[in-house]
Write a protein that binds this ligand. Structure first.
Ligand code: ATP
Length: 238
């Protein structure tokens, strides 16, 4: 469970997040949508403890800066950051040591197999394509089996096989009772799986919708455009 309460973040005088409230519940898939510059990545970086902010953020009840919260939270950043001189496998080993994971190899191998990295496990970070780096970043984030996972534009640069695997993984993470929060511009990628959508504009949450309250004829895309641009939708309830 991720609870964001009254979060405000300024870059100098620029208000990037303005009194944001959001809850990503256990067993739920929350999608964060918004135009470029709406404040999504800033909010995600605040949740992950990478930026200072005003307000409160809790992960399973723990302050987001605490060790407990860091243990529970997984983060796939928008831009993967590799260690140039570590191999794919060594990236996973590094995470396993940092989190003091035991018997992590079978799950590590399963993740590398799913993302077609197993035959590339000896490649160095500096030798990886953008998509391969993204896959390593996903494997590293999931290896500690986090209870709450945040994905910032996770599908960008992935090949069709990896997109399918990631969608399946995201759904199973949610179905296993974890909290999943995704920021994406690829609205259709979340069409089948989303539970709650938060629409951001100018640093604020403009609207929140729960799938269970919505006319099932409406796609996530139609809901987004109805709210942000006032276009019509098929059902009356958006
Ligand atoms: N390091 C920074 N310094 C100053 N301003 C920043 C910084 N990072 C982001 N901003 C500004 O904060 C606002 C929100 O940016 P943010 O990256 O959070 O948006 P976003 O919704 O993630 O956009 P996108 O969809 O393009 O990734 C923008 O106006 C951006 O220019």
């Amino acid at each position: 469970m991720i609870q964001v309460q009254h979060v405000t973040k300024k870059y100098g005088n620029m208000l990037a997040n303005n009194d944001v409230n959001l809850e990503s519940v256990d067993g739920g898939l929350s999608v964060l949508l918004g135009a470029n510059g709406a404040g999504k990545s800033t909010l995600i970086k605040c949740i992950c403890g990478l930026l200072r902010f005003e307000g409160s953020i809790k992960v399973n009840g723990f302050d987001n800066h605490s060790l407990e919260a860091k243990r529970l939270l997984g983060y796939v950043p928008e831009f993967p950051a590799m260690y140039p001189m570590l191999t794919v496998e060594e990236h996973l080993q590094f995470i396993a040591r940092a989190y003091r994971l035991k018997d992590w190899e079978p799950y590590g191998n399963e993740l590398m197999t799913r993302f077609e990295l197993i035959d590339k496990k000896s490649k160095l970070g500096q030798e990886l394509s953008k998509g391969m780096q993204q896959k390593v970043s996903i494997c590293c984030a999931l290896l500690p089996r986090p209870k709450a996972v945040i994905f910032d534009e996770p599908f960008v640069g992935l090949d069709p096989h990896a997109i399918r695997e990631l969608k399946l993984l995201i759904t199973s993470l949610r179905d296993e009772g974890n909290s999943v929060l995704i920021s994406t511009h690829m609205i259709d990628s979340m069409e089948e799986a989303w539970d709650t959508v938060y629409i951001m504009k100018n640093g604020s949450i403009m609207e929140t919708r729960n799938r269970k309250d919505i006319d099932s004829r409406n796609s996530l895309e139609s809901i987004y455009f109805a709210i942000t641009e006032g276009t019509s939708v098929s059902g009356s309830t958006i």
